[in-house]
Write a new protein. Structure first.
Lengths: 77, 193
């Protein structure tokens, strides 16, 4: 007999493995969407402070997460 | 542009890579692995690998069913479920989000993100295309794979040498094994005296 269980079947039984994997996928996608927006904001000349404020996190957090050496010497406006 | 390899040799590799990707997409598996390369070999216009596999009663329909079974039971080389299906269980339409991102930022926005300073630490995620499993890279990017396989039979040998557990599970489900097929492929590809 096949061991395969369809995703729909597992999800309908509220299999935690599906729930956790779905949340992980969602988190990864949110990280990607955030990075896209950060990139666009930087290209539009936003400062790290302004980006951090919009994201509701500290400037240090956003800088640590996204700033590369290329941006290290750039002064915030 | 002139290629450094012989005529047609590198075309086998790129043709198989494209076909493996199509098989992964067809099954909505979310990654491209050795399992999909096996399917690509069975569907390829060069019959060398297909004939070797047929001798072991492995056909495209039977292999597709075995691959689907192995992947959905979590024995494949990649994740058990693809991101689009997982996100759908939360009511999130990944394809709609991808469409919106492409409309807002351009068709290559994700590729450009990963090449930008902002994306350099970013992990691979659902907005990217399917990831290539390490076993598939081992199978295709051998010295011979990079230079171009002379035939699909040579690609099959490289696939069998890649050490993929997903492929092993598929072959076992089909009543065969890497060792058995390697022996048959080596025999078939031996130059006639």
């Amino acid at each position: 007999m096949s061991e395969a269980i369809s995703l729909a079947e597992a999800a309908s039984h509220r299999d935690p493995q599906v729930g956790l994997a779905a949340v992980a996928a969602l988190r990864q996608m949110v990280d990607q969407l955030e990075a896209l927006q950060v990139k666009a904001a930087r290209e539009d000349g936003w400062t790290w402070e302004r980006i951090a404020g919009a994201l509701g996190i500290t400037r240090q957090s956003v800088h640590r997460k996204y700033a590369s050496r290329r941006f290290a010497g750039r002064r915030a406006r | 542009m002139t290629r450094r390899t012989g005529p047609g040799r590198d075309q086998v590799t790129s043709r198989l890579m494209a076909a493996a990707g199509q098989e992964a997409e067809r099954g909505r598996h979310g990654y491209i692995g050795c399992e999909h390369l096996l399917l690509a070999l069975l569907a390829d216009k060069d019959p060398t690998a297909r004939d070797i596999l047929a001798d072991h009663k492995i056909t495209l329909p039977s292999a597709r069913a075995a691959v689907a079974d192995v992947i959905s039971s979590g024995r494949g080389d990649g994740p058990r479920w693809n991101a689009a299906d997982l996100l759908a269980t939360l009511g999130v339409d990944l394809l709609a989000i991808q469409r919106q991102m492409r409309a807002d930022y351009g068709p290559h926005a994700i590729d450009e993100l990963y090449r930008s300073p902002v994306g350099r630490r970013l992990a691979w995620g659902p907005l990217c295309g399917p990831r290539m499993a390490p076993g598939l890279k081992r199978a295709l990017f051998t010295e011979q794979g990079c230079a171009g396989f002379p035939s699909s039979g040579h690609a099959l040998l490289s696939l069998l040498d890649a050490g993929s557990s997903g492929l092993g599970a598929v072959l076992a489900a089909l009543g065969s094994s890497s060792d058995r097929l390697r022996l048959a492929a080596t025999e078939r590809l031996r130059p006639a005296r």
